[in-house]
Design a protein. Sequence first.
Length: 268
Amino acid sequence: MGKFASVTATASTLTLLVLTLLLGARAGFAQSAPAGQTPAAPAAQSPAAAAPAAQEPAAGQEPADEESTRRKPKPKEYKNWNFNVGAGANLDSGTTKTWVRGGGFIATAGAARNANKYLGLRADFLYANLPLRDLTQELAQATGATNYALDLMLGPIINLPVTKNYGGYILFGPGFYHRQGTLQDSTAIPGSSCNGFWSWWGACSNSSIPLSGDFVHSSVNEFGYNFGGGVTRKTPSGVELYVEYRLTHGSRNGITTDVHPITLGFRW
């Protein structure tokens, strides 16, 4: 009997030990399984969560380069360069008027470099026919004559827009003036005393006509100034018609040349 009780106690003890081991192993397996697995949902959601953040700049504002392409540049209200050609007649003044009759043919061409809508720098070339009066030719004892002036002028031009189609301008500046002429069949005696015409002609040497006979040819270079202005009218093609009046004056050693051209022309 005592032997049976001992065996029963031993079997109970072993059964309790086996149950304890089994329960401990199950608890350990339940705890180790979550630690070995990586949650799939957070990893899959992280790119989706970043997508709205990446799209916010595109939805909130347009790129800077796209904005710049949409901005239209302001159109220029002036041209960098203007060119002009014209023709007209001359009005004489001063000493020139004494020896030259008015109405001589004028031709001119020029170019202007504009700094803005109102201010530019303009250069002009001018040809002026200066026909001698009949009394002048008689004084020179010549049967005919040719006489003209070539002018180079440079200076600022001030443009004055009035309306969309009408405008004006003012110009002034220094100039170089070359006057040249020839007397035909002059019977003036070399060495004779000079009069006012020979002085203006530039032929006098020591108050007398040169003995060499070169007095029939005149070549005078002078420096001086010019100023004037004009009125413009824009045509549908964009070319401007202009009317211009200018005063030019050159002098050297008491010899002067005055030309007042009135010009009608085109500017573009």
